[in-house]
Design a binder for this molecule. Structure first.
Ligand code: GSH
Length: 218
C-alpha cells in the first residue's frame, strides 16, 4: 500500500493540484490521491486538518507533510534524485528553478484572465494586454529552453519540474485558443500527449459540471 498521499481538489479547475500531481507522477513515488471536493464545506474543514496552508496540493509521506507546490517539487527531488525532476547540471538546475519560480510566483494576469478549465472551450476569447505580456514571457521561456536543451521537454529528454509547472498553461492556451508559434504549439501537443495528462483530463471530464464560483482564478 502507498505510504504517501497527495491531497488535491478539482481536476477540472485546480491548476496547482495538477502541478503537484504531475510532479508526484514524474518522480515515480507510489502515492494515493485524496480528492477533496472544492465546493463542500466539510471537505474544507478536512483540508484544514491535512494542509496547514488550507491549500492543495499537500503531500504526506510517512510522517512528513509538505505543502506548497515548489516545496513538494524540491522534496520529491530529494527523495527521488534519479527521477530527473531537476536537470543533471548545476547550470540547468539553476535555470529550471528560476523558470519554475517565475510560474510559481508570477503570471498573475494570465492566471486571472484565463483560469484553468479543462472542460471549457472558448474560441475568440479576448485576452487583455497584461495577460498578453505574460503569454509573451512564457512563450519566450519555452522557446529558449527548447532551443538550449534541444527538447522534447523544456530541459531535454526527461520531463522535469518546469514541465509540470507549465502544464496548466498549456491547457489554458488550448481552452482559450491562444495562437502559438510552431515550436510552442508542438511543445503543447507533447505535454497534452503525456499519458499522465491524458489520464488527468479524462478524470476531469468525469467531474460534475460547473462549479460556478470556481470559474475564476483557482
Ligand atoms: N502557492 C500554492 C498555491 C496553492 C493553491 O492556490 N491552491 C488552490 C487550488 S488551485 C487551493 O487549494 N484552494 C483551496 C480553496 O480555495 O479552498 C502552491 O504552490 O501550492
Amino acid at each position: 500500500m502507498a505510504q504517501a498521499t497527495l491531497s488535491i481538489s478539482s481536476k477540472n479547475y485546480s491548476s496547482w493540484s495538477l502541478r503537484g500531481w504531475l510532479l508526484a507522477r514524474f518522480s515515480g513515488l507510489d502515492f494515493r490521491e485524496v480528492v477533496l471536493p472544492p465546493d463542500d464545506a466539510d471537505a474544507r474543514r478536512e483540508l484544514l486538518l491535512i494542509s496547514p496552508s488550507i491549500l492543495v496540493p499537500c503531500l504526506t509521506h510517512a510522517t512528513i507533510k509538505v505543502w506548497d507546490t515548489l516545496a513538494i517539487a524540491e522534496y520529491l527531488n530529494e527523495i527521488k534524485p534519479q527521477s530527473g525532476l531537476l536537470p543533471a547540471t548545476r547550470a540547468a538546475r539553476a535555470h529550471c528553478r528560476a523558470v519554475s519560480g517565475e510560474m510559481h510566483s508570477g503570471f498573475g494576469s494570465l492566471r486571472a484572465a484565463l483560469p484553468m478549465n479543462l472542460k471549457g472551450d472558448f474560441p475568440g476569447y479576448k485576452v487583455w494586454a497584461k495577460a498578453r505580456d505574460d503569454i509573451e514571457r512564457i512563450t519566450t521561456i519555452w522557446r529558449d529552453c527548447l532551443a538550449r536543451y534541444r527538447g522534447p521537454f523544456l530541459f531535454g529528454r526527461k520531463r522535469c519540474m518546469a514541465d509540470a509547472m507549465y502544464a496548466p498553461v498549456v491547457t489554458r492556451f488550448r481552452t482559450y485558443h491562444v495562437a502559438l508559434d510552431a515550436t510552442c504549439a508542438a511543445y503543447g501537443e507533447r505535454i497534452m500527449a503525456m499519458p499522465e495528462m491524458v489520464a488527468w483530463i479524462a478524470a476531469a471530464r468525469r467531474e460534475p459540471d460547473e462549479i460556478e464560483e470556481l470559474d475564476m482564478e483557482f
